[in-house]
Design a protein around this ligand. Structure first.
Ligand code: KIV
Length: 263
């Protein structure tokens, strides 16, 4: 087996081939996902909700994400692992370096931060110091109390233009991946076409280079899942088949369909 790298993901974008990403929090599921061909996993701070039972991601700490990153790396030695920097762990560039180092030492290949152009200096500092960065734009769950709930973002021209500007600025700062959450399909397409780096969508239609879903959503465990979610376990019948079906439907562009997208 050969480890997955950014070179592989950039090549997929160049060839217009889509890739599936899933959240993972422990070694057993990480091993199963890797076995079914999932090459990129996210140790999301969604673990605050899925594992810890909180109603937002805000209580999650760096120690929590470090612990889960170590678990996922143990189960999936060759997978490209993105680890979330939790709420308030990257408030200054210096603080972000200190905390990103902990996640990289735990086995992450890349760290993910939520936010727009204000992160320019932080991202420059991290990337100059050899920490690969993924940014997260659109619905950023750590800002739920500012956003006034889990809502679709970029619906009007002004906020759509701001998201495009943010994406371009963050690419200039040095991000190598972008997660785009809960935005209308046409905006997701404009951003995906504009950027050289791969864009991973969640609730952003089938126009992005990759997709990411929370594993509990894929497996139908979440009570009241959002509109963009599909319960692949229901159709596939068992966990391994559900993961294969998710991967196949992302790669072929079947998932997400119109019923899972915002217009
Ligand atoms: O924390 C998480 O799982 C995420 C995904 C929803 C993209 O950030």
């Amino acid at each position: 087996m050969k480890p997955i790298t950014m070179t592989d993901l950039n090549q997929l974008k160049k060839e217009k081939r889509k890739f599936a990403t899933i959240t993972a929090y422990d070694a057993s599921f990480a091993h199963l996902f890797a076995e079914q061909g999932i090459d990129v996993m996210l140790v999301g701070d969604s673990l605050g909700m899925t594992v810890q039972g909180a109603d937002t991601t805000i209580p999650v700490t760096v120690e929590d994400t470090v612990y889960h990153t170590r678990c996922v790396r143990a189960g999936a030695p060759y997978t490209f692992i993105i680890a979330d920097m939790p709420f308030m762990s990257y408030a200054t560039p210096e603080q972000s370096c200190e905390n990103a180092a902990k996640l990289m030492r735990a086995g992450a290949n890349m760290v993910k931060l939520e936010g727009g152009s204000w992160l320019y200096d932080t991202i420059s500092m991290l990337t100059e110091r050899s920490v690969p960065v993924c940014a997260h734009l659109g619905l950023t769950p750590q800002s739920v109390h500012i956003l006034g709930g889990y809502r679709v973002q970029g619906r009007d021209e002004e906020s759509a233009n701001q998201l495009i500007k943010d994406a371009i600025t963050l690419e200039k700062a040095g991000i190598q991946l972008l997660v785009l959450e809960c935005v209308p399909v046409d905006l997701a397409k404009r951003i995906t076409d504009e950027l050289q780096i791969p864009v991973i969508g969640i609730g952003a239609g089938n126009v992005t280079d990759g997709q990411v879903l929370v594993m509990h959503d894929v497996l139908g465990i979440t009570v009241s899942p959002p509109k963009f979610v599909k319960n692949f376990l229901e159709e596939a019948g068992n966990i391994r088949a559900a993961i294969r079906l998710y991967k196949e439907q992302v790669e072929s562009g079947i998932y997400p369909g119109k019923e899972h997208s915002f217009y």
